[in-house]
Design a protein around this ligand. Structure first.
Ligand SMILES: [Ca+2]
Ligand SMILES: [Ca+2]
Ligand SMILES: [Ca+2]
Length: 231
């Protein structure tokens, strides 16, 4: 610092004494440069930097907005996941008296007594928000059979399903789903539409006398029944 002051003093002294006029070389010496500065180039560089700064600020703003959007979506996603989980827990709770089969995603209620006619049985199931059972797979049929056979009361009874051919003879439908039967487990002599009795048989049950294979029977007959509720 002392050296700088001394230098300035030494340079200014001749001017104050009127010996040397001020010049560009003096200014350059004062700022320590040896060549005159190029103001135009510096202004151009300044403009370029200002433009770059503006672009950078715009980009940062866009990134910040995108980040906020993602955070909001993530938050909403977590809320929905929590809701689905709680709804799932609710859906997995079968009503009282129903058996839960998680693999089949259905609740089943087996009613041996009092026996009901086919359409009354479906109405009874409706009281629980269920319908007469639709047996759509071997796994489902095996589960129903096993459950019935393991119960000393149930295994002595027949059980209505929702299968019927009321609309058109021989065209069996599941009343509860409105779909045609795909999987079936008919007894070897059925469906026979009451060939022996001469009475039309349009409703299907699990026949305990036929090892719980399926049989078409007169719909007004009173039998046990199985209600099903999908979840
Ligand atoms: Ca079913
Ligand atoms: Ca029939
Ligand atoms: Ca029959």
């Amino acid at each position: 610092m002392a050296l700088l002051l001394f230098t300035i003093f030494a340079l200014l002294l001749p001017i104050t004494l009127g010996q040397i006029p001020p010049s560009g070389s003096l200014v350059n010496n004062l700022v320590g440069g040896s060549t005159p500065c190029d103001c135009q180039a510096m202004e151009s560089k300044n403009k370029f930097l200002q433009t770059s700064l503006t672009n950078l600020q715009t980009a940062m703003q866009l990134v910040a907005e995108k980040y906020n959007l993602v955070i909001t979506e993530l938050s909403q996603c977590k809320v929905n996941a929590a809701k689905n989980l709680s709804q799932g827990v609710t859906a997995f709770t079968c009503p009282g008296g129903f058996i839960d089969n998680k693999a089949l995603k259905s609740c089943y209620k087996f009613v041996g007594l009092p026996e009901k006619a086919w359409n009354e049985a479906d109405r009874e199931c409706g009281e629980y928000g269920a319908r007469l059972v639709a047996i759509e797979t071997k796994a489902e049929n095996d589960f129903l059979r096993t459950t019935i056979e393991q119960d000393s009361d149930l295994r002595r009874r027949d059980f209505w399903t929702s299968a019927h051919d009321v609309g058109r003879e021989g065209r069996f439908m599941w009343m509860s789903t409105g779909k045609r039967l795909e999987y079936t487990k008919w007894d070897s002599k059925n469906p026979d539409n009451g060939r022996k009795s001469g009475n039309e048989e349009d409703c299907v049950l699990l026949d305990h006398g036929e090892d719980f294979y399926w049989n078409d029977v007169e719909c007004h007959r009173t039998r046990g029944y199985i209600c099903e509720m999908n979840y």
